[in-house]
Design a protein around this ligand. Structure first.
Ligand code: ARG
Length: 584
């Protein structure tokens, strides 16, 4: 609706410019706000106040001229000029009702599909395989997944890329330890050895630090691995498969849509790295600095004004994270034919991505038409405001965190519903516990840090998963009571009460909310929307009896509104990666 109003006002401004009322250079982007007090209409703009001075007209006169020039639109019931020159817009209830009817009649809730669907490559999760997934990978994984689901819902083609860290010197140490363990314990099951990657990594690191002889072996193994030695590659591969299976277990537990086919790790680009460097050279971008090959771009400088290098090959011939990312970027633009490439990676890598994008553009690895965006996120902190750690200062394994969340949710729901059987309790605890962890993250602005807090995320009050999941069960319980399914609604929509109008006006904005997630990579916008809808339903439910009244037409209309609320909440929760429950 906002976009629609902006287009209307822009068209009116065009008319005023053509008539000579408004100088073209005075034009500004139109801002539309939704009004708090519905007696002032549903939306308002201050554009006449902004432009009055440059136009040399009184604000109220300009507002009147604008209103006169506004094209007819069925969505608008009327406009009003208020105060010093605000323009208030009143939505038409008939139009609103027809929008709701369209949404009810459509599986896709009448959210339009794009005229030109894009191919969007989304880089997310990307854990390092040497270690177990830890909380640092949680944000990337769940935010990325919510955006992917939103893009797909809107009708775009998404190619998921799980850029796992499966290469690097630490693998020498791990392979040396693996070899040692195999020799010591005979042909023990590899999976048993690696049941806990974290312990395995620590043990290997300990050996590496205490034994120079082991360290030498580890280094030799890296060299062998890099030169493509078959035995080393086999060990390495075995290790990675085990490590990846741990990741899949986490994805499954989280209900994240990543699978084995989405994995394209750093190592897949190995053969391409010399070519990347050669092509940068051919583009005239390389400078040698103390034996290392670097790209210096003018726009990247440190505090002292010195240009910062992007090192693409070390003096010893080794390649870097950046080199791999350049290869990946080119692959995504050219082979995958991406229109847009999104990276859900920690905000602390912001400079890395800015540099990557600039170098890639400069070198012609990606065309000007390809949109590149680093969707950075802040840190998940512990109660002390510092990055989340275990009590003894170690990194928190993701799987442990999820176990605790489900445990706590189980406690909560079993106290609330002692009558439910174990299986159902477990299923509810799973949806609530995992949902709470995901939602508490998704509902925050992606770019800020936040404090991880079990008590807050599991609260039934406020913008939380339990609140929203519960709100959904409340809506569907209306239908259970009435003995109806969500599809069994008909009759005319009557939007007479304010609570009905407010809920209806928000429901028709579902598509806009999803669109903003897809555009900005900010799932919290959808969270805020759903929270709003749940709140509006709540006041509607309080003020407008659905089943108890004796007016059949009113009852049918209210059931329709409830049905669309249920479907909107359920689709929205699903896009965020949460599981709506029938009861809890
Ligand atoms: N493995 C990296 C890390 O843990 C994240 C990878 C992000 N993706 C990328 N294309 N660099 O920091």
């Amino acid at each position: 609706m906002k976009d629609r109003l902006i287009a209307l006002i822009d068209s009116a401004l065009d008319t005023l410019t053509a008539n000579g009322v408004l100088p073209a250079e005075a034009r500004r982007p139109v801002q539309i706000e939704r009004t708090k007090d519905k007696s002032h209409g549903d939306f308002a703009t201050n554009i006449a106040l902004m432009l009055a001075k440059p136009a040399g007209v009184k604000p109220r006169d300009l507002a009147q001229a604008l209103v006169d020039a506004l094209p007819e639109d069925p969505a608008l019931a009327k406009t009003e000029i208020a105060g010093p020159g605000f323009i208030n817009f009143f939505q038409s209830d008939n139009w609103l009702a027809s929008q709701l009817e369209a949404a009810l009649a459509d599986e896709h809730l009448a959210v339009p599909r794009p005229q030109q669907p894009q191919t969007v490559v989304v880089d997310y999760s990307g854990p390092n395989l040497a270690k177990e997934m830890h909380v640092g990978h949680l944000r990337s994984t769940i935010i990325g997944d919510a955006v992917v689901r939103s893009l797909e819902f809107l009708g775009h083609k998404v190619i998921r890329q799980n850029h796992v860290g499966d290469w690097g010197t630490q693998f020498g140490m791990l392979l040396a330890y693996l070899e040692e363990q195999k020799a010591e314990e005979g042909d023990t099951e590899l999976s048993r050895e690696l049941a806990n990657l974290e312990t395995f990594y620590r043990a290997a690191k300990l050996r590496f630090d205490e034994s120079p002889e082991f360290a030498d072996r580890a280094r030799a193994l890296v060299v062998k691995l890099q030169s493509g030695d078959e035995y080393c590659l086999k060990l390495w591969n075995e290790f990675n498969q085990v490590s990846l299976s741990h990741c899949y277990a986490v994805y499954e537990r989280l209900g994240v849509s990543l699978t084995a086919t989405d994995v394209r790790g750093e190592s897949t680009y190995n053969d391409d790295l010399p070519k990347v460097v050669a092509d940068l050279d051919a583009a005239g971008l390389l400078t040698e600095d103390q034996g290392a090959l670097c790209v210096f771009l003018d726009e990247f400088r440190n505090k002292d004004g010195d240009t910062l290098p992007v090192i693409v090959r070390k003096a010893d011939g080794g390649y870097l994270y950046a080199t791999t990312d350049l290869a990946a970027l080119r692959y995504r633009a050219n082979q995958l034919q991406a229109d847009r490439i999104l990276y859900f990676v920690d905000q602390r890598q912001a400079l890395h991505f800015q540099q990557m994008f600039a170098v890639a553009r400069e070198a012609g690895f990606v065309g000007a038409g390809v949109d590149l965006a680093h969707m950075g996120f802040g840190t998940m902190n512990g109660p002390d405001g510092k990055p989340f750690k275990t009590r003894d200062g170690g990194t928190v394994k993701l799987i442990d965190l999820l176990d605790e969340a489900e445990q706590r949710a189980y406690q909560l729901v079993s106290e609330k519903n002692p009558e439910l059987d174990q299986d159902e309790l477990r299923a509810i605890a799973h949806a609530v516990g995992i949902g709470a962890v995901k939602y508490s993250d998704l509902s925050k602005n992606r770019t800020s840090d936040y404090v991880f807090n079990f008590d807050l995320m599991l609260s039934f009050d406020g913008n939380t998963a339990p609140y929203l999941l519960y709100a959904y069960t409340r809506v569907v319980s209306v239908f259970r009571k009435a003995g109806l399914s969500l599809n069994q609604v008909d009759g005319e929509l009557l939007l007479r009460e304010e609570a009905e109008q407010a809920l209806a006006a928000r429901l028709v904005q579902f598509g806009e909310a999803v669109q903003s997630v897809a555009d900005k990579g900010q799932p919290h916008l959808l969270c805020a929307y759903l929270y709003d809808v749940a709140g509006l339903f709540s006041s509607f439910y309080e003020h407008c009896p659905i089943l108890s009244g004796d007016d059949d037409a009113l009852r049918a209309s209210r059931l329709k509104l409830a049905a669309l609320t249920a479907r909107t909440l359920s689709e929205g929760l699903r896009l965020l990666g949460l599981t709506p429950l029938e009861r809890m």
